[in-house]
Design a protein around this ligand. Structure first.
Ligand code: SF4
Length: 435
């Protein structure tokens, strides 16, 4: 039996190799993966032209996945440096890389990724259109917008962020309901500007069926972009954000009718107390399609520490239903991240994902923490390092401050509660003072 996309295969009752790989990674039956994909509750982004891919599934019933944004910009166009970041991100456990290149030979870098990288590759074709056509934004034609989607699909991109939800209606709602930070989505601001300058409807909304035909041909997963994601806490859960989400829910059903896999992109910046409700709203309006959140960043006042503000929001979001966390680095809002920023962003996102997986009861998630507890109880420092999410940092910190008593650390020394409890429970004398 033949199939077009993973969703098509799933609906026909077929278990594909990609589904088997996902099932193995998740430690669940392949039939369960098939059911989730058929129902649209999980996606397996896997373009037929991405030969080096090791497929992963994205859905709230699966382990929480993370994405790392990379790519060149006008100020930082070193391809080798970006490739080094990609390799390091994959080594550190990211399941997806979004190539957000906006300068230079973007196709070269994109093709390098889909030829070599085992992670899921995502792009935002809207940025690339501006670079590729090398002309004023208002002069890009509807056909050219669609052609760039086709080019990315041919290049093997597994998922594409396309801002289809900011149509004329949403734009009117946005203008009537003033926001503090307007539109902060890069792709969203480009399409909004194009619509304002040309007076035309959003080409991706107007020609959504053509977008779907391309996605179906290559099995590209659509990541329906949130042009109106709030860019500051004051804009959280406002009329524009919800209006756009309603449209994305309608488009989700149209995509599923053509067996195109769909994720929904979400906030953004938002107070902690609004996150759980936002997860519910998305699940309802978008019919259970996996939610891909960019944060949420839960306070606006911490530039330099937004890997922390987003990890707090991301942990809560993933616990309450988000399936996919976009990492945020300490460089967010300030500059293009360097290698160290990327590392810190990935670790923060992985912590958030893991914290959520424990709370969700993902099989095996809590075992990691139990093992760490046991290693600490035994003061088994090598095991502590090997179980650490960042073993290199854990080892470096301990080495930088050597304790007098080798089995303790310089935090408490002789007062080491763990050591003293082990000894007293073993019937030894504990004097502390003269040891
Ligand atoms: S010295 Fe204190 S911090 Fe260090 S291992 Fe012992 S109890 Fe823990």
């Amino acid at each position: 039996m033949e199939y077009t996309t993973q969703m098509d295969a799933a609906k026909k009752g077929m278990v594909t190799n990609a589904m088997r790989t996902v099932a193995q990674k998740e430690n669940i039956p392949a039939e369960k993966v098939r059911q989730l994909v058929a129902a649209g509750q999980a996606v397996i982004p896997c373009n037929k032209n991405h030969a080096s891919l090791s497929p992963s599934g994205v859905g709230s019933a699966l382990k929480t996945k993370i994405n790392v944004n990379l790519g060149t910009s006008r100020d930082c166009r070193d391809l080798d440096m970006e490739l080094e970041k990609v390799k390091s991100a994959v080594d550190m456990g990211t399941e997806a890389i979004m190539d957000l290149s906006s300068c230079g030979d973007t196709q070269k870098f994109r093709r390098m990724l889909t030829q070599q990288c085992p992670a899921i590759i995502g792009t935002v074709p809207i940025y690339d259109a501006v670079v590729y056509y090398h002309k004023a934004l208002k002069d890009i034609t509807t056909e050219e917008w669609l052609d760039i989607v086709r080019m990315h699909a041919q290049d093997g991109v597994d998922f594409m962020t396309i801002h289809c939800g900011i149509n004329r209606e949403t734009a009117q709602k946005f203008k009537r309901n003033k926001r503090l930070m307007n539109i902060v989505s890069r792709g969203g601001s480009i399409i909004f500007a194009w619509m304002m300058m040309t007076g035309k409807e959003n080409p991706f909304y107007e020609h959504f069926d053509e977008v779907l035909d391309i996605c179906q041909q290559y099995d590209v997963t659509l990541s329906l972009g949130d042009a109106c994601r709030p860019g500051c806490l004051a804009d959280g859960t406002d009329a524009s954000q919800i209006e756009e989400l309603i449209t994305l829910g309608e488009l989700t059903k149209r995509a599923w009718a053509k067996n195109v896999q769909v994720m929904i992109e979400g906030p953004g910046h938002m107070p902690l107390d609004q996150i759980a409700a936002n997860m519910e709203i998305e699940k309802t309006l978008c019919h259970g399609a996996p939610f891909y959140v960019l944060g949420p960043i839960v306070t606006d006042i911490a530039p330099g520490y937004d890997h922390i503000t987003s990890a707090i929001g991301g942990a809560l979001a993933a616990w309450k239903g988000a399936a996919f966390l976009c990492y945020v680095t300490p460089a967010e809002h300030l500059r293009l991240p360097d290698l160290q920023d990327v590392k810190e962003g990935i670790i923060a996102a992985r912590i958030a994902a893991h914290v959520a997986d424990i709370a969700k009861g993902v099989p095996g998630a809590a075992d990691w923490d139990r093992d760490m507890g046991q290693a600490r109880r035994e003061l088994d420092w090598e095991k502590i390092f090997s179980l650490s999410i960042d073993p290199e940092k854990a080892r470096r910190y301990r080495a930088a401050s050597q304790p007098e008593k080798e089995d303790t650390c310089t935090m408490c020394g002789n007062f080491c509660a763990v050591k003293n409890m082990n000894r007293i429970l073993d019937g030894e004398v504990v004097s502390i003072f003269n040891e």
